[in-house]
Design a protein around this ligand. Structure first.
Ligand code: GLU
Length: 295
């Protein structure tokens, strides 16, 4: 078994990301397996400042004592792997705009995801040539539109109908869903612990893993950290990053106690290390649900 934490270097890690990072580390260390770190920096426009943000993310993990095995892997250095995987899948070009998909698709799912109705799947070559001249295409994998079920360690049974997932975006970037699956397979990751905003993506990713000749990892999705209004934590919620908290007088032991308390492992007033939390950790009893940060 192997676990991992895979942040996107779009902004500094906040308490929600740190709580997920801690839990992923606890799960791997408790199982006695390798824990990898992968920087998911494929979205060039969103990660323009990637090296500095990623460096701060890695420094924050180290400051909390969340060590990892092997070298940090950067997705931007692995595009040849994604191209090779894409070439092994049945794919087609898609020229649809978001608006066209919204107009043609059935109602969005609860998480806002709109299954692709397959508009571009059956176009003639002449039609493709005409539309390609208008708009750079995205690349989709032709799926069989079956319902796929995954068993999440904490969320239980999650079923989703797998549509024709985008694997390369129309700006040329390899899509998150492809890269994450290719890398988890290539790196031998068998245990994925991450925020439950990605729970509904799991059936699509499990299907892709199988389509690539692999087996999906086990999943354990952790609840998000929300603010007092119940919204997903964000920068505007005040002191939410390790740097903000340090400026307000919190040392690593205090932040770990706060996160540990949110997981039911300690009292928030204690001073603990990641190793102390590991000694008290049990995946069957940990409080993995959503947690409210009141600042
Ligand atoms: N890079 C993704 C994020 O930061 C997480 C991917 C994953 O854990 O599967 O939201």
């Amino acid at each position: 078994m192997t676990g991992r934490f895979a942040p996107s270097p779009t902004s500094d890690l906040h308490l929600g990301n740190l709580r997920t990072a801690l839990l992923a580390w606890l799960m791997a260390r408790h199982a006695g397996v390798d824990h990898l770190v992968r920087i998911e920096d494929l979205d060039a426009t969103r990660v323009a400042a990637a090296p500095e943000v990623a460096a701060r993310q890695l420094a924050d993990l180290a400051a909390l004592g969340l060590d990892h095995d092997g070298a940090v892997v950067w997705q931007s250095e692995r595009v040849a792997l994604y191209a090779e995987a894409a070439a092994s899948l049945p794919t087609y070009e898609c020229y649809c705009t978001r608006r066209e998909i919204a107009e043609a698709a059935s109602a969005p799912h609860d998480d806002g995801y709109r299954p692709y109705p397959g508009t571009c799947r059956e176009l003639s070559e002449a039609e493709r040539a005409r539309r390609r001249a208008e708009r750079p295409p995205a690349l989709r994998v032709a799926s069989d539109h079956r319902a796929v079920t995954v068993h999440d360690r904490w969320a239980g049974v999650v079923t989703g109908v797998v549509d024709d997932v985008v694997i390369r975006r129309n700006d040329g970037a390899w899509a998150y869903n492809l890269a994450v699956v290719v890398d988890d397979l290539a790196q031998g990751v068998t245990q994925v612990v991450r925020g439950d905003d990605l729970l509904s993506s799991s059936p699509r990713q499990a299907w892709l893993a199988r389509a690539l000749g692999g087996v999906e990892p086990t999943y354990a999705h952790v609840g998000l950290v929300v603010n007092a209004e119940g919204q997903r934590l964000a920068k505007r919620d005040g002191a939410v990053t390790l740097a903000d908290l340090a400026a307000a007088g919190w040392d690593a032991g205090a932040v770990l106690a706060l996160l540990g308390a949110s997981l039911g492992l300690c009292d928030a007033a204690e001073r603990v290390s990641a190793r102390d939390l590991l000694d008290r950790f049990d995946p069957d009893t940990v409080d993995h649900g959503s947690w409210t940060w009141r600042g």
